[in-house]
Design a protein around this ligand. Structure first.
Ligand code: S3P
Length: 449
């Protein structure tokens, strides 16, 4: 099990790009595999989560050729051979690893297939709630068994078949649930409608448009007629703003720093982190250079002394994955930061309320825990500590960022999990630790393929 060792730096001056977006890469693998031809996907995220989804599609008949790769991780550019919606039964249960997105989206897809299949994952994934997808998919006519030791949890056995369209009012604001129902809806006769309690990331809907699948959004209601054939297309995955968030927080909280993140996704359903950091005092400019499909652009950020803020209820689904690192920013800010209405954090890769609060306290921060979030009384100096990621990639990376501000050394244990979303993070961190010593401007090395 690997560890990361981090020491404080005094300023950060860097320009670089982060690897491809995790959410978009999963969807590109799935829709490419369903499409009616060959799709070339560039800047695919070569992380364990996304590679598992690619392999899942291969086990369902959609082969792929690797055109470029990040050595030791996985493909960054690939050609997928679509199955024109006709998948084949897999020979063995499908491994989704650590990925809730992979499992839930694939379950939606498999619900509409004329065969039985099984999805399983690691211990963390096997403890996450699957009722949120099995309920709507059962309403559509699929028969899903949850075989886990914990009730309502994976492994999943999916007896797919003919599906009915439904109108589904989601009890939780979850893009994974919305996408599972829409993917199943592709195989239903008639129009499937999903009503969200709040806006969630809309990558599925945007990618549907790229694959010429008609899908309408009115406010928080999304409707899509079934039986449509995705038309193959080429696709470039934007950099992942959730990965960029770690460096954005590091630079924001370090007065005098300058950071330029290039070619990152600026989809408005994902950019609440930028609004929050601006409210906290960071100076930021976004320069959009492509608005076709997924908006892509650069973010330039200048650090400043930060102040506390309150996350708005409607912002929570938009920045749910960034909350651990926002909590780190809050600990470094003067004043209180209120993070509430975020109960969903309890069912992520770990219970991220507990793991964030526990580790912040270890580093000397003053944090109150609530059932649905936390209040951070910022401004106390952080001190180096031994941090356990509990196998959660975002916890490992958030506390590596905290270590950049702490007195003494911070050691983060159990960091292999970082590869589920940010292959190359340790390489970027090492470059920042090395180069910042003389505070010179530098360009981070790309993680060599
Ligand atoms: C994701 C949606 C979010 C997010 C996850 C990726 C997606 O989960 O936390 O990392 O790709 O749809 P929920 O939609 O379940 O909140």
């Amino acid at each position: 099990m690997s560890t990361l060792r981090v020491k404080a730096i005094s300023s950060l001056h860097a320009e670089f790009s982060v690897p491809g977006d995790k959410s978009v890469s999963h969807r590109a693998a799935i829709l490419g595999g369903l499409s009616n031809g060959v799709c070339e996907i560039s800047n695919f995220l070569p992380s364990e989560d996304c590679v598992n989804t690619l392999k899942a599609m291969r086990s369902l008949g959609a082969s792929f050729d690797v055109l470029e790769e990040m050595e030791g991780y996985g493909p960054t550019k690939l050609r997928i051979h679509g199955r024109s919606m006709k998948l084949t039964a897999p020979d063995a249960p499908i491994d989704c690893g650590n990925s809730g997105t992979g499992m839930r989206l694939l379950a939606g897809l498999l619900a509409g297939q004329p065969f039985t299949s099984e999805l399983f994952g690691d211990a963390s994934l096997s403890s996450r709630p699957m009722g949120r997808i099995t309920i709507p998919l059962a309403e559509m006519g699929a028969n899903l068994e949850t075989l886990g030791e914990k009730p309502g949890c994976a492994p999943l056995r999916i007896h797919g078949g003919k599906l009915n369209p439904i109108t589904y009012e989601m009890p939780v604001a979850s893009a994974q649930v919305k996408s599972a129902v829409l993917l199943a809806g592709l195989f239903a006769e008639g129009t499937t409608t999903v009503i969200q309690p709040a806006a969630t990331r809309d990558h599925t809907e945007r990618m549907f448009a790229g694959f010429r699948i008609s899908c309408r959004t009115h406010g928080n209601t999304i409707s899509m007629p079934g039986g449509q054939m995705p038309e193959s297309c080429d696709f470039t995955v934007p950099g992942d703003i959730s990965s960029a968030a770690f460096w954005l927080v590091a630079a924001a909280a370090m007065d005098g720093s300058r950071l330029l993140i290039k070619d990152v996704g600026l989809n408005p359903t994902r950019t609440a982190i930028l609004k929050v950091l601006s409210r906290m005092g960071a100076h930021m400019t976004e320069i959009l250079h492509s608005t076709d499909g997924e908006p892509i652009g650069n973010i330039e950020l200048h650090g400043a002394p930060l102040k506390g803020t309150t996350l708005l209820p409607e912002e929570i689904p938009n920045l749910i994955d960034e909350i651990p690192v926002i909590a780190v920013a809050a600990a470094l800010a003067e004043g209180d930061t209120h993070i509430r209405n975020a109960r969903e954090l309890r069912v992520k890769e770990t219970d991220r309320i507990t793991t964030t609060v526990e580790n912040l306290r270890k580093m000397g921060a003053d944090v109150e825990e609530f059932e649905d979030g936390m209040v951070i009384h910022g401004g106390l100096p952080l001190k180096g500590a031994e941090i356990d990621s509990h196998g959660d990639h975002r916890i490992a990376m958030a506390f590596a960022i905290a270590g950049l501000f702490a007195e003494g050394e911070t050691v983060i244990h159990n960091t292999d999990c970082i590869n589920t979303s940010y292959p190359g993070f340790a390489h970027h961190l090492a470059a920042i630790l090395r180069e910042s010593r003389d505070a010179a401007d530098f360009v981070l090395p790309t993680v060599t393929p």
